[in-house]
Design a protein around this ligand. Sequence first.
Ligand code: ATP
Length: 280
Amino acid sequence: MLLEVKNLTKMYRNDMSLSLFRPSARREKAVDGVTFHIRKGELVGLVGESGCGKSTLSRLLVKLEPPTGGDILFEGQRIHPLRGAALKDFRKSCQLIFQDTASSLNPSLKIRTLLSEPLDNYYSLTRAEKNRKISVLMDKVGLRTELLNRYPRSLSGGEKQRISICRSLLLEPKLLICDEIVSSLDVTSQASLLRLLKQLNRESGLALLFISHDLEAVRKLCDRILVMDKGKIVEEVKNAEEPVYRHPCTARLFSSLLVNHPKERMTPSPASDIIGMEPD
Ligand SMILES: Nc1ncnc2c1ncn2[C@@H]1O[C@H](COP(=O)(O)OP(=O)(O)OP(=O)(O)O)[C@@H](O)[C@H]1O
């Protein structure tokens, strides 16, 4: 098993009153007893309405924040006690890319430096080896190597997102957690990014936790979809099966995709057309 999440909980203390004289705080469970697993090379989707706890969960999974309770195991090892070299190894194997990653690219560094940094942190490569690795991957993600001498400000949103993905993939992670990485992109860029993720999964067994509001993209890309509501995983939808939605939240989320009731045929969006994935 690649990732095992057991009864994971995260509570935040949120101030309810602005009054200095009557301060009050509410402890809110952003993640509430979540249990699930991801096998090696599996494509798992995570969907849920805004504020249900998806981003909090992704931050817990990569150890950016400590959980209030529960456990996360990566390749059988609890991640909570990891320190030093073991933590560095875990961070290499389990990467998180989020929507704003692109805007967090250091504006004063050229793309060449931004892409060399992760390699310098983890490997001892010659300049030629580094350049080769970078240009092979840039080609794979559909970026021209001329961009290497440019600064992030001169790149489009889609190009910056691809640079962020490139930075993660250079480390050859086993699990990539993508939190809303396609929502700011146009339909064509979205489609080619999804195609790339599918290709990486086929070629190198990269496992994905793909978090998105775009249910149709999730359904086309993933083997299983976890549905989250108010901090809990309330349902798991297996893509290969006829969808049977037991939880009202799942039905609400998926209802916009369903036409021609009762056969529940999916209507492909332009993005899924371009991905070249047939509707079920
Ligand atoms: N650092 C924090 N401090 C206090 N409350 C927080 C914090 N981070 C998240 N929350 C709360 O936890 C809940 C879940 O938020 P989260 O961002 O994980 O949801 P989400 O499903 O990712 O939403 P969206 O789809 O809109 O991005 C929300 O009620 C949010 O206000």
